[in-house]
Design a binder for this molecule. Structure first.
Ligand code: SAM
Length: 377
């Protein structure tokens, strides 16, 4: 998935070893800002420990849950055959105008047609923008035809979200779609040409073959509230936002697919109303420090241990490696590690640095990994 701050690569670059070491003494693993669920899934698949994944957004809970909440493989072929057949019937019934060569006027025609599709929420909101009408009608059709069985349904929805993320016509996330301008048109053509059916199938096959050693849970919740339910013996993974722009601004398309609808959308980014875009204290410069302090205080009061990752520089949400380290030291004995990772502002100014605008702004950066051990009283 295209995602800002996924820890997938870091798992092979120091984080995986630290997790292995710390999980040995833990009763449960709690990923409290789960995002793509890369860490929660890694732990659930490889260790005999109960995993709980929390995030403010539903799409994250769906993706994490596809693995964390399921203890067996899915026999994907018969499920896929039924799912695809039903979706195809819906797709064919919509009579989508054929996609002609991409020009400004054909794109406008795609947008006009899509905007009239009252009963296809994703098409109405995003057709002709992040996706071609063909792609969005497939997304709606797959969404409407989701398998019914618990566990299977969630896995299918996760596959659809992952496929949409791969196909979206946007630089790295879904805050601004490519426009049919001279420079962006090749990117738009490339994205609209992607086969969403093949991507959905591939994601479904892959997810179906992955499962947890112990059945866990994935929940939509605020990390600071979730921390009230921690226990002694928990190992908490803390990977908070570093951006002063809310994650929900970047990933509203994925959230709409998870939710099934998003109301009216506005602006170039096709943003749903605020009520559909959860706001995080961690992305508000005036509140991020207090939020982090409150969270670490709660984790320590519960006598849980933690692993915390954060970029080792100043970030646009007002936090920095230094602030995070000093806050952690107030409540824990801290063991510090640092790894080089790819830092991404994903095409916007996700990290707020003035020189980081432009598409796929990525550079090497140091990322802190702090192992936090409850202080003996
Ligand atoms: C840096 S990302 C986590 C990435 C994740 N570790 C991964 O590997 O994909 C931060 C995540 O925290 C979530 N988030 C932001 N504020 C939150 C809050 N107050 N409580 C829970 N989750 C929050 C965002 O939606 C985002 O998914």
């Amino acid at each position: 998935m295209k995602y800002m701050g996924s820890k997938r690569l870091m798992l092979k670059n120091g984080l995986g070893q630290l997790l292995e070491r710390e999980i040995a003494g833990a009763n449960r693993f709690i990923d409290i800002f789960a995002g793509t669920g890369s860490v929660a899934s890694h732990v659930a698949e490889n260790y005999d420990i109960k995993v709980k994944a929390y995030d403010l957004q539903l799409y994250s809970a769906v993706i994490s849950g596809a693995i964390v909440n399921r203890k067996e493989k899915i026999e994907w072929q018969p499920v896929w055959d039924r799912w695809y057949k039903q979706a195809k019937a819906i797709y064919i019934s919509r009579r989508i105008p054929p996609l002609k060569k991409i020009t400004k006027s054909t794109v406008i025609a795609c947008r006009t047609w899509s905007g009239k599709q009252k009963f296809l929420s994703v098409t109405k909101a995003y057709g002709g923008h992040y996706f071609s009408p063909q792609q969005t009608v497939w997304i709606d059709a797959f969404r409407l035809a989701l398998p019914k069985e618990a566990g299977v349904k969630e896995t299918a929805l996760a596959a659809l979200i992952q496929a949409a993320s791969q196909c979206a016509a946007a630089p790295g996330h879904t805050a601004q779609p490519f426009q049919p301008t001279k420079t962006a048109k090749p990117f738009l053509e490339e994205a609209w040409d992607k086969n969403i059916v093949d991507c959905t199938k591939a994601a479904f096959v892959s997810l179906s073959n992955r499962y947890a050693m112990q059945r866990g849970t994935s929940i939509v919740a605020d990390a600071n509230k979730a921390a009230n339910g921690l226990h002694e013996g928990d190992l908490v993974f803390i990977d908070p936002p570093y951006s002063g722009v809310h994650y929900s601004r970047f990933y509203h398309v994925l959230e709409t697919i998870a939710q099934g609808s998003c109301g009216e959308v506005t602006g170039r980014g096709r943003y749903p109303d605020r009520q559909y875009r959860p706001q995080s204290k961690y992305s508000l410069t005036k509140e991020s420090k207090t939020a982090l302090d409150d969270l670490l205080c709660k984790v320590s009061q519960k006598k849980a241990n933690a692993i915390l990752t954060f970029p080792n520089h100043e970030c646009s949400n007002g936090l920095s490696g230094n602030i995070v380290r000093e806050t952690a030291k107030k409540y824990f004995n801290v063991e510090e590690h640092s790894v080089v990772s790819k830092f991404s502002s994903l095409g916007g100014r996700g990290d707020g640095k003035k020189n980081e605008s432009g598409r796929n702004a990525r550079r090497n950066a140091n990322e802190l990994i702090l192992v936090l051990k409850a202080k003996e009283k």
